[in-house]
Design a protein around this ligand. Structure first.
Ligand SMILES: *Cc1c(COP(=O)(O)O)cnc(C)c1O
Length: 342
């Protein structure tokens, strides 16, 4: 069995999850008839302390529909410069919502309330209307960095003063909550809308949800239908999501422990650069000083360790439900062998 650290999306459904999927009660969700989808949407809304939620096939869709629901074409959205919503979605904000993205450079994905204030401009016909600010917690390109709750609250205050909405890309919100011992409700209270994902650390095969006020979610449902995201017997997938929320959320603590173990193991290897303090959740980013990341990744693959080069000298390893502590303990030695081409 390879040690697959490319992403926390590579997980196979566990047997319990497969059983839950196989026995799910289903109906036509476009007609509102799927009891398992309805159960998931109520469950997620409750978990996040929002009035309503809507199930969608992917986090790409929940985020893009959030943008579309909050804005009109020509509006401006403020995002961190490496935000997934901007960086990894094929030009989605321009194509689907006609919005202009204004980027704020953060520190490993996190910008401050002061950074935000500096890019806000007075109302003037020359400028686009700024409507929305998006944060990401944890931050994917930022190496799984946690957004401090105090900073979120300060940013929310600035948004309120300027009449801006605040959206959270919370694909890995579950990781942030476990790492910080903060409840989901408290962590997302300041946000008008929240996207969460079931197919990453939680191990479900498919799905994300968007949560917010009742009126917001009603409008989002129109855009979901428009974009072809209305699904029929989607309870099969919702059942996997419910199972993941109930049974795999606590496991994220082990993923975080394994990521820290890995970071510390890599730290002592000549030719690798990493600061374990920057590893806050389940994503480990490290630099290869002597080999291109691509070459090291190829050599590691031959040794049964799968990682992802994400820059010329940067490699990403993500701990997940399919990788245990014993396997993680083997990785630093294999990296050292791969570096020496041994
Ligand atoms: C993976 C990811 C998404 C997109 O989710 P998909 O379900 O893969 O479309 C959105 N935001 C963040 C931060 C992610 O890591």
């Amino acid at each position: 069995m390879p040690i697959d650290l490319r992403s926390d999306t590579i997980t196979q459904p566990t047997q319990g999850m497969r059983d839950a999927i196989a026995t799910a009660e289903v109906g036509d969700d476009v007609l509102g008839d799927d009891p398992t989808v309805n159960q998931l949407e109520r469950y997620v809304a409750g978990l996040l302390g929002k009035e309503a939620a809507v199930f969608m096939p992917s986090g790409t869709m929940t985020n893009q529909i959030a943008l579309r629901t909050h804005t009109e074409p020509g509006d401006e959205v403020i995002l961190e410069s490496l935000a997934l919503i901007y960086y990894y979605v094929g030009g989605g904000p321009a194509a689907l919502s006609g919005v202009r993205c204004r980027l704020v450079k953060g520190d490993r994905g996190v910008f401050t309330a002061r950074d935000l204030e500096q890019v806000l401009r007075p109302t003037d016909v020359h400028f686009p209307r700024t409507k929305l600010v998006c944060l990401e917690n944890t931050h994917n390109r930022g190496g799984g960095r946690i957004y401090p709750l105090s900073e979120i609250r300060a940013i929310s205050k600035v948004c309120q003063q300027h009449g801006l909405k605040l959206h959270l890309d919370g694909a890995r919100l579950w990781n942030a909550c476990i790492a910080q011992n903060i409840s989901e409700v408290d962590y997302v209270e300041a946000f008008d809308s929240v996207s969460v994902c079931f197919s990453k650390g939680l191990g479900a095969p498919v799905g994300s949800a968007l949560a917010g006020s009742k009126a917001f979610i009603e409008r989002a449902r129109r855009f979901r239908k428009m974009l072809g995201g209305g699904m029929r017997q989607a309870g099969m997938m919702a059942a996997g999501a419910i199972y993941g929320l109930k049974h795999h959320r606590a496991h994220l603590r082990e993923d975080h422990f394994n990521a820290q173990t890995l970071a510390q193991g890599l730290q002592s290897i000549a030719g690798i650069e990493i600061d374990p303090q920057t590893v806050e959740t389940n994503i480990v980013l490290f630099q290869t000083k002597v080999l291109p990341a691509q070459v090291l990744a190829e050599r590691l693959k031959l040794k049964g360790v799968y990682v992802l080069p994400v820059g010329p000298n940067t490699i990403r390893a993500v701990t997940n439900l399919m990788v245990n502590e014993q396997q993680i303990n083997q990785v630093p030695d294999l990296v050292e062998l791969a570096l020496n081409n041994a």
